[in-house]
Ligand binder design. Structure first.
Ligand code: HEC
Ligand code: HEC
Length: 459
């Protein structure tokens, strides 16, 4: 392992950490008592928290978005000739009318056998840093190869598929349109780029909830507005299902019982027992169409989902502090909450929103910050602060867990890999950064957290 620095962790006084924990659990629980969605201050804050983004995030540098690529990707997605049997396309398991799922508890593959997990929704993945229920693929491009080749899914070796398509004039023409100026455009890389480009366009349609966010008070009924307050307040759902897409793209054990052979989810991917049974927080957009629910399809209805969060959580050491314990809702609150979730689903055949990527500008000039010998970074509220650190060669990066939840800080660059292991609240990670360069640190559990690090060249 290329470890350029050792890491050490030290504890704050346990009491101080506990105090921090309880203080911010209160903050997490939100304005429980003041759940009046009519109050202008609360409405304004909620509207700001749930505003839709103006455009798509930029894709990877080697796959800039074009409509032509997305169009080819769409064709590939719906084409059963991509599977070994010739009968199964991506859309067999990711059906648009079912919120890009398939209505089954566990997916069924090319050979008819059950897969280990439920087909997840494909809505709003343009913003997801890691894919699959356990986050084992980084980015849509990396993900797309897997299901075509997976024996039990589509069972088609990509090499053979690409060769067959390359011999077909119709496919050659389609790839040439999507990838102009390339002598041999039918390649494995381009196939994956096209599918990923199309998947980026799958931004869930606007719903009544968005109309309310934009100021149309009457777009939601009183019960639905109360449901939003319950969701955001006492039920604690927004601790994880946050923002306009109702996901923080993080990984949690929410206490599902699981089967006889436990699916350990994120834990084995990170090599961390503490992340066992953690799965990604799904978007709640279009949720009504996506039953049954959860990575194992074990909960048949939204009512069953609420039963789980209220009384079904299996207590074990991997439950995160973000998950409310002993949640108890009144019958009215439950009804309001379910009514609210309904407002996140669009009418049938609602058009996809017109979304463009930001114009491909040169990367904004970032003012350089002077390198220092020791930089200290906070993680409060699941955010690095500051977001950038500049160090002199051999300088020490000190990342403090002053948050209320455990983190796992990683750098995963070709020239440098670092891994903090579990970093509990109160612990500090110190890395001596020897190697000049630019790195991105992220949290394996809450991967939206990003810290840009620059180690200056030796003079
Ligand atoms: C046999 C059913 C099946 C087929 C066919 C299939 N998928 Fe999937 N897909 C799944 C299952 C099940 C998972 C979740 C697997 C896991 O998390 O381990 C998944 C996961 C995904 C994810 C990750 C979603 C997320 O939330 O992270 C994407 C993206 C995806 N599939 C796209 C595709 C594409 C593109 C194709 C066609 C090339 C395809 N799938 C074909 C069943 C299928
Ligand atoms: C600790 C973070 C957390 C909290 C709090 C939380 N969720 Fe979840 N939610 C998740 C995760 C993670 C999953 C996926 C779990 C799995 O499949 O193992 C999930 C799954 C779901 C699903 C199923 C989605 C699908 O595509 O299968 C629904 C619906 C849902 N949550 C609603 C809620 C509601 C309503 C609340 C509040 C009562 C809530 N959640 C609170 C993290 C959370």
């Amino acid at each position: 392992m290329r470890r350029a620095a050792a890491w050490l962790a030290d504890g704050l006084l346990a009491g101080a950490a506990l105090l921090l924990l309880s203080a911010s659990l209160l903050a997490l629980a939100g304005p429980a008592g003041s759940a009046d969605p009519g109050s202008p201050a609360e409405s304004a804050a909620l509207r700001a928290a749930y505003r839709r983004p103006a455009g798509l995030p930029e894709g990877p540098a080697d796959n800039p978005f074009t409509a032509e690529k997305a169009q080819l990707g769409r064709r590939l997605f719906f084409d059963p000739s991509l599977s070994a049997s010739g009968t199964m396309s991506c859309a067999s398991c990711h059906q648009p009318a079912r919120g890009f799922t398939d209505g089954l508890s566990l997916a069924r593959g090319n050979d008819g056998g059950e897969l280990r997990r439920k087909s997840p929704t494909l809505w709003n993945l343009a913003w997801a840093p890691f894919l699959f229920w356990d986050g084992r693929a980084e980015g849509l491009e990396a993900q797309a190869e897997a299901p075509i080749e997976a024996h039990e899914e589509m069972g088609q070796p990509l090499g053979a598929l690409v060769e067959r398509m390359g011999a077909d004039p119709a496919w050659r023409a389609a790839f040439a349109t999507a990838f102009p100026g390339q002598a041999r455009p039918v390649t494995r890389e381009n196939l994956v780029r096209a599918i990923a480009s199309w998947e980026r366009t799958l931004v869930s349609p606007r719903t009544r909830f968005d109309a309310w966010v934009e100021g149309e008070e009457a777009a939601l009924t009183a019960a639905e507005r109360r449901g939003l307050s319950v969701f955001h307040g006492p039920a604690g759902c927004a601790n994880c299902h946050e923002g306009w897409a109702f996901t923080d793209h993080a990984f949690y054990d929410i206490g599902l019982p699981g089967g006889r052979v436990p699916d350990l989810g994120r834990g084995p991917v990170l090599g961390l027992e503490r992340a066992d049974r953690a799965f990604k927080t799904p978007t709640l957009r279009e949720a009504i169409r996506r039953a049954p629910y959860m990575h194992d399809g074990s909960l048949p209805t939204l009512d069953a989902v609420l039963d789980h969060y209220e009384g079904g959580v299996v207590d074990r050491p991997t439950l995160p502090p973000e998950l409310p314990r002993r949640l108890s809702l009144s019958a009215g609150q439950r009804a309001d909450l379910i009514a609210f979730l309904g407002t996140l689903t669009s009418p049938p055949d609602a058009p996809l929103p017109e979304m463009a990527t930001p114009p491909a500008a040169a990367p904004a000039a970032v003012a350089s910050i002077p390198p220092v010998a020791r930089a200290r970074v906070s993680q409060r509220g699941r955010q690095f602060a500051p977001l950038r650190a500049a160090l002199t060669p051999g300088g020490v990066l000190e990342i403090v867990n002053d948050d209320t939840t455990a983190h796992n800080i990683r750098i995963d660059a070709p020239e440098l890999t670092l891994n903090s292991g579990i970093q509990d609240p109160g612990q500090t990670v110190r890395w001596r950064m020897e190697k000049p360069g630019r790195y991105t640190a992220f949290c394996g559990i809450h991967p939206k957290m990003r810290l840009e690090i620059e180690v200056a060249a030796a003079r």
